[in-house]
Design a binder for this molecule. Structure first.
Ligand code: HGY
Ligand code: MN
Ligand code: MN
Length: 435
């Protein structure tokens, strides 16, 4: 249901559903055969998808480069470079067996917006950048949002030493992706460089669909802490080791999984939004006939409150000291993998997105994001906002994830309208939310 055309007609005419669809289809085809949709960062398939995308950016009239953080950036020059850059984008990597639209919609829609603006023949005042951030999903190196962390100066150099299961350092992987890890000691962009950042994403939940709302305007992005918990016992023969003599690490780990779930339920009920998940586990020796000697878990905690995030681990470890270490004769080691803070979107950007949706005749609602996003890191650099479109049955991070092209196009329209609104009203020094 596109609304009034009026003064926006010139770019709306250029926003092309067929091109948006073609790019979504082509990008999603870069997947591990038989495992839709799997395009893990740092793999050859991911590199091939990025080569394709870089070429599409060039065909759209953008100049392209890969920055030191391994981010692929397409640039449409503005009339007034001093006004700063309006940037938009997301990521094209997926979780294993993930969805078709998580990430790529935001990249493809940003490219469509930039191309429509370029083809409208009216050069924007601000330079517009389309960004495909490197490795947003938790990577095999234990770090997520690698590119947006690097860009915003939130990739401490010790994270570059993290290794994947084959022993490759994250820093080397970033170099393979075209980056320059030796340049990642501080933010890659100065605060004055960027006038604003917008990210379009699928909602990944059910709120928009269940309320029949076309556009979600994000007010806050959840904070996320991830920890690795290693439970160590003793590997033994499963047939010859009596039950009372075992130090089974997986049994201890399973108690921890249950406790994480119970503690999160209690806290959520009494304290407000907090979710906690053990979504990854590996066991050694990992054999049907061996008592597990080691179990490695990844614990992830999310909340919109820094205090709730900070308060989760200690009670869990206090409980584990007695229930797992003492009673089951196991050891536990914990390592913090990463932490992002709950992040508010910039109010003037929230207002611009809501106004853009209304001007185009779309229903919208303000809502928090329970998913993490590159936008949370970009908010360190410049006024940042996000918009959501509905996804079928709220499914995401699974192959069933689906959206309608109508919703995809609606999102691209609001994104483009908002970029133009910011372009028209946000010269340097008077950028909304920027002091
Ligand atoms: O993990 C997240 O919240 C995001 O989908 N990467
Ligand atoms: Mn995701
Ligand atoms: Mn995503």
């Amino acid at each position: 249901m596109p609304g009034r055309a009026g003064q926006d007609t010139y770019w709306q005419m250029k926003l092309r559903e067929d091109r948006l669809q073609m790019r979504l289809d082509r990008l999603s085809e870069f997947t591990v055969p038989g495992r839709p949709w799997t395009r893990r960062a740092f793999t050859e398939r991911y590199a091939a998808a990025r080569d394709w995308l870089q070429n599409e950016m060039a065909l759209a009239g953008l100049t392209t480069r890969v920055d030191a953080g391994g981010n692929l950036i397409g640039t449409l020059e503005g009339r007034e470079p001093a006004h700063g850059i309006l940037a938009s984008g997301s990521h094209i990597d997926t979780v294993v067996d993930g969805g078709r639209y998580d990430g790529i919609l935001g990249v493809v829609a940003a490219l469509e917006a930039a191309q429509a603006i370029a083809e409208s023949g009216k050069q924007p005042g601000h330079t517009i950048e389309v960004i495909d951030f490197l490795s947003e999903e938790p990577s095999d190196y234990g770090v997520s949002c690698v590119g947006s962390r690097a860009m915003s100066g939130n990739l401490p150099t010790d994270l570059l030493e993290y290794t994947n299961p084959s022993g490759e350092r994250l820093g080397e992987a970033i170099r393979r992706a075209g980056g320059a890890p030796e340049k990642l000691e501080g933010p890659l962009r100065g605060k004055e460089e960027l006038a604003g950042f917008l990210e379009l994403h699928i909602e990944q939940g059910r709120v928009l669909e269940s309320t029949g709302t076309q556009i979600g305007v994000v007010t806050n992005i959840v904070g996320i802490r991830r920890y690795e918990i290693v439970v160590t016992g003793r590997a033994d023969h499963s047939g010859t080791t009596p039950m009372n003599l075992r130090q089974d690490a997986l049994v201890g780990a399973s108690r921890i999984v249950e406790r994480v779930n119970a503690q999160a339920r209690e806290l959520q009920a009494s304290n407000g939004y907090l979710v906690a998940t053990v979504g990854k586990i590996s066991v050694r020796p990992d054999a049907a006939n061996a008592v597990p000697g080691e179990a490695r878990l990844t614990l992830e905690v999310r909340s919109d409150s820094e205090d709730r995030l900070a308060g989760f681990l200690d009670p869990l470890l206090g409980w584990a000291e007695e229930a797992v270490c003492r009673q089951d004769a196991l050891q536990i080691e914990v390592r913090r993998l990463s932490a992002t803070h709950p992040t508010d979107c910039a109010e003037p950007i929230v207002d611009t997105l809501a106004a853009s949706a209304a001007e185009l005749g779309f229903s919208s609602m303000k809502m928090p994001s329970g998913a993490g996003h590159d936008a949370a890191h970009m908010a360190r650099l410049c006024p940042t906002g996000m918009l959501f479109v509905p996804c079928l049955d709220g499914r995401s991070h699974c192959p069933e994830e689906s959206i309608t092209m109508e919703d995809a196009l609606n999102g691209a329209r609001v994104l483009t309208r908002a970029l133009l609104a910011l372009d028209g009203t946000a010269p340097k020094g008077a950028v909304p939310g920027k002091s």
